[in-house]
Structure formats: C-alpha cells, structure tokens
Design a protein around this ligand. Structure first.
Ligand code: ADP
Length: 300
C-alpha cells in the first residue's frame, strides 16, 4: 500500500508498506541469495508504477504484480498525536490488491509451484474479495501438494473483517494448510481470548503445524515442533520508537534463516535482533543504509 505520514499540518512524507511486503524486504536484505517475489495487484497510476519500481530497488521480483486498468493501489495515512499515539486512516475498499486472484491462472499457479515457500497473512485473507477466497484456498492446496512450504502469520485486524466468526473460519483453513505459523499473542488474544503461550499451543494442536513460532513482544518467543518446545528470552529495547513492522521484520529474518538451513535458535536470534532495530526507527521500513549498519553488519 501507499503509506502517507503527516510531517506537519500541510505536508506529508510518502512511502510504501504492507505486512507481506515488509516481510519480503527484510528477508531479502538479510539473505541476498534468496529469490523473493511478491504477488499482488496495483493500478496504472503513477504511485502504483513507483511502487513496482520500489520492489525492484529492494531486489524483490514483481513478475506477479499485476496491473489493473480499473483500480488503483490502496493507501493509508498515519497521524501521530502529541503523546505519540498513532491513528490510521485507510482508503483501500476498492484497491487493486483486492482483485489479485482474478489474475491467477494455471500459468501463475505453475510459476508459484516452483517456489520453496509461499507466505501469506491474515491481512492477505481479509483483503481478498470474499468471493475469491475459494480460489485462494485451491491455489494454496495445489502449492502444498507440489511441495511448496506454506507459511502464515495471522496478523488479525478486527476492522478488516465483517465478523470475528468470518475471520475464525478463514484462519482455521490457513492453520490446517500451513507448515509454519508465526502468530503474535495479540492475534489470539483479540480473536480467541487466548493470551498465553500454552493456550495457543493447545489451540493449535489439532492443526498439526510443523513449526509454530509464537511471538510476544519483549516477553519472548516460543517455538514448537514435533519433537521440541523451546522458549527464547528477548532482550527488551528501552527506547522503542515505533513498533510498526516488528512482527514482519521478525518473520522475514526467521523464514530467511530457516530457508538457509539455520537452526531454530539461530533463526530466533537473528529475527529478534532485526526486530529490535526496526522498532527503534519510525515507519515500517528502515532506510537500507541504517538497517545495514545496525543489523546486517553486526549480526549477518
Ligand atoms: P507482532 O507484531 O506480530 O504482534 P510482537 O509485538 O510480538 O509481534 O513483536 C515481534 C517481535 O519484535 C518480538 O518477537 C520481538 O523479537 C520484537 N520486539 C517487539 N517488542 C519488543 C521490545 N519492546 N523489545 C525488544 N524486542 C521487541
């Protein structure tokens, strides 16, 4: 999405963000050898075209970013009040991204089937037009059958769903098909009223998720696999500036590290260090040079 941030009463800074995009950016910055692509739809407007250029400047493949001739890219505005409290205003009801499944044919499915990993989120699910959801589930089932690892972050946003029951129904399908799930405790607290690691582990048991990675801000990370359940402490950051993209940057580093064959403990270490850098900067995407100095050069 196009991100606008008010810098004074009558001016704004403009950038791009979105949970899957943020994840892709941090994964690619840390693991340059991994091919990372985005599937979405944008418009033919100047900002949409710039967005595709931005994907390129982050070395993210945009072959599957389709151009709608009738819709534009979604947009949101972040305003911060005197106490630092942020409010978000969205213009995305008619965004091109909502129609992305209309572009998915057998060629796109075959292309995606060559991937090692397909990553999607609860925001992806909420954005896609409800009548296209079956097509998404059919795509994901095909990918899974072709050996693609399915990875899901619930990223529950109550106001994107017409009812909590609708979200629960879609999330259950996602949990059932996913090999790896990376929820924040907040997602479960808001949607299911479950606010402990153990509660989430119990809830997820029937879905037989191979790798469940539960994030809880500075309170630590719990990773559960078939033969291991391990808790990792997180070194809390004192000067948190903006937690936007904490979970996304964590996901990008965690997934990248696991793809590159690093073990769970190394993956959590890198992911939490990257997230710690990201929350000490304003906005979802830390400028590349700053991220490189504070994270890549220190930990990679
Ligand atoms: P989500 O955004 O998915 O809800 P969290 O809020 O749990 O995820 O944050 C994701 C990750 O960011 C955490 O697992 C942790 O590594 C890091 N993080 C978040 N808040 C802090 C903090 N105050 N201090 C240090 N690390 C943090």
């Amino acid at each position: 999405m196009i991100e606008l941030m008010r810098t004074s009463k009558d001016s704004m800074a403009q950038s791009y963000a979105g949970d899957v995009y943020n994840t892709a950016v941090y994964l690619k910055r840390a693991f340059a050898d991994v091919n990372v692509g985005i599937m979405s739809a944008v418009g033919e407007d100047a900002l949409s075209l710039d967005m595709i250029e931005r994907f390129g400047s982050e070395s993210i493949n945009s072959e599957l970013v389709f151009k709608s001739d009738s819709r534009n890219a979604g947009m949101y505005l972040i305003q911060t009040d005197d106490e630092g409290e942020r409010t978000f205003t969205y213009w995305r009801e008619n965004s091109a991204a909502r129609t992305v499944m209309a572009y998915v044919d057998k060629y796109v499915t075959a292309e995606l089937s060559q991937s090692d990993v397909f990553f999607f989120s609860g925001i992806s699910l909420a954005v896609i037009e409800p009548q296209d959801r079956d097509a998404l589930w059919s795509l994901i089932s095909t990918l899974k059958a072709n050996g693609v690892q399915i990875i899901f972050d619930p990223n529950y946003r109550a106001r994107m769903w017409s009812t909590p029951a609708e979200a629960k129904l879609q999330f259950e399908k996602a949990f059932r098909l996913s090999d790896m799930v990376l929820p924040g405790i907040d997602d479960f607290a808001q949607l299911y009223g479950i606010d402990t690691f153990d509660g989430i582990i119990e809830f997820c048991q029937p879905f037989e998720i191979s790798e469940l990675v539960i994030k809880n801000g500075p309170e630590g990370v719990r990773v559960i696999t078939a033969n291991q359940s391990e808790h990792f402490a997180i070194q809390a950051v004192d000067n948190v500036v903006d937690t936007t993209s904490a979970g996304d940057s964590f996901n990008g580093l965690y997934v990248g590290a696991r793809l590159q064959g690093l073990d769970i403990s190394q993956a959590v270490h890198l992911a939490s260090k990257a997230a710690a850098v990201v929350i000490q900067h304003r906005g979802a995407i830390v400028p590349s040079a700053d991220f490189s100095a504070a994270f890549i050069q220190q930990y990679m």
